[in-house]
Write a protein that binds this ligand. Structure first.
Ligand code: CTP
Length: 401
């Protein structure tokens, strides 16, 4: 594979426990054809030695602004010009803060300031540090300057904690780098995708749910990531692997999905709601298992909140895309949802026996204010790619007018 043939990547490694993954990342980038020059901060060298990264990159690792012999070979300004991309992975909270301030107090930050190459950072830190308003503001500042923030992912962190803050896996970062060079249609955009069914509990062992497999939403998330977007996938229970480069948040109920989306919507440019969210939930979930009796049983159901409509209304700048799965009059209903939920696009598909659910292929009808398109039957992967291209075009048009 040579997706990164002749690409020059300056890889900055900073002092977090994820620094040990920098060796694998370097190897993956080199494998894809890239030339990788590693620059380590002092902190990084406490976690992994320059020798390791020299061995996998095939180049002497740079560690100091004051290394006379290295400067004689390729001065730091020359090095800053050499790079096609500066990638910092892992990027600590401190590095992100120093970048936001425009500091140049070590070799890596000096290079970041002196380069005209695009900058991508893969944060890695404790979840509380990631959630801290200072880190949030620093990331916003970097994004405004065109820096790509790749990740972080969610999952187990050091100190046996879990939550957002974990560095994306090396293969996921490589995917982002490849998408960056491929000039992805959604490069620099942040996309929130919902997928799968929700489960609404009746008691601790029973729930109401539906037949959604989550495949369409996962395919959309994968296509958006491949198009260079920073993707967060909020999913109900499904049996699918997380696509490369996608941050995944697992939820069960409609309310949990609502909360997960509400928490992240302000940070997103696009919401693609592919989840089959339950419209009703049992009014009360019994604390213990419900025992059968001879009598018939009636369930009282309460409405769930409409994640898509409420989020679209609360964030008018968000490009909101909904799905309409219908057995009859699909196009009419799709247009109706576009209007009623105040959306920027609706993707309609027909469901029923032998259609859509649990199948790899699908047929789509897409409408937006003033236009429509039809995608012939194809795999969900191919349809997702076409859909993402269309979303990127429509978003481009709507921001221009
Ligand atoms: N949706 C949502 N939150 C809900 C319900 C639906 O975000 N509580 C989103 C779905 O992800 C999808 C779209 O809204 O993008 C589907 O619209 P909806 O009107 O809920 O579809 P149905 O329930 O199938 O339609 P109907 O009105 O015919 O019941």
């Amino acid at each position: 594979m040579s997706a990164l043939q002749n690409r020059r990547i300056l890889l900055g490694v900073t002092g977090g426990i994820a620094a040990y993954k920098a060796a694998d990342l370097t190897r993956r980038l080199v494998e894809a054809g890239a030339e990788v020059q590693v620059v380590m901060t002092d902190g990084a060298q406490r976690f992994i030695t320059p020798l390791t990264l020299q061995a996998v990159s095939g180049r002497a690792v740079r560690t100091s602004l004051w290394d006379e012999s290295a400067e004689l070979g390729m001065g730091h300004i020359e090095l800053a010009r050499w790079a096609d991309l500066v990638l910092v992975a892992p990027a600590t909270a401190d590095l992100i803060a120093r970048l936001a301030q425009g500091r140049a107090d070590d070799l890596l930050t000096t290079l970041c300031l002196a380069t005209e190459a695009p900058l991508m950072v893969a944060p890695a830190m404790n979840r509380v540090m990631w959630a801290h308003p200072a880190t949030r503001a620093n990331c916003d500042t970097l994004r405004e300057r065109g820096v790509t923030i790749a990740g972080p992912g969610e999952g187990e962190l050091a100190e046996r904690e879990s939550g957002p803050g974990r560095m994306l896996e090396p293969l996921d970062i490589r995917e982002r780098v490849i998408a960056h060079f491929a000039g992805g249609a959604l490069s620099g955009r942040r996309v929130l995708v919902t997928a799968g069914p929700t489960r609404e509990p009746l008691d601790p062992v029973r729930y109401l749910s539906n037949r959604s497999s989550g495949r369409m939403g996962f395919a959309v998330a994968a296509a958006a990531a491949a198009a260079g977007a920073e993707v967060t996938l909020v999913t109900g229970p499904v049996a699918l692997a997380t696509p490369p480069g996608v941050a995944r948040v697992d939820v069960e109920t409609a309310q949990q999905m609502f909360d997960a989306v509400a928490e992240r919507a302000a940070d997103a440019d696009i919401l693609i709601a592919a989840a089959a969210v339950a419209d009703y939930r049992p009014e009360t979930a019994a604390a213990g298992k419900i025992k059968k009796t001879d009598a018939a049983m009636t369930l009282d159901l309460a409405r769930t909140r409409d994640i898509l409509a409420e989020t679209a209304a609360a964030h008018p700048d968000l490009f909101a895309v909904g799905f309409a799965a219908e057995t009859d009059d699909m196009e009419t209903y799709a247009r109706g949802k576009l209007r009623d939920k105040g959306l920027d696009m609706v993707v309609g598909n027909e469901v029923g026996p032998d259609k859509a659910f649990d199948r790899e292929d699908n047929t789509l009808y897409v409408c937006w204010p003033g236009g429509e398109a039809r995608f012939a039957t194809a795999s969900k992967t191919a349809l997702a790619r076409d859909l993402v291209t269309l979303v990127a075009e429509r978003l481009e048009d709507s921001t221009q007018t």
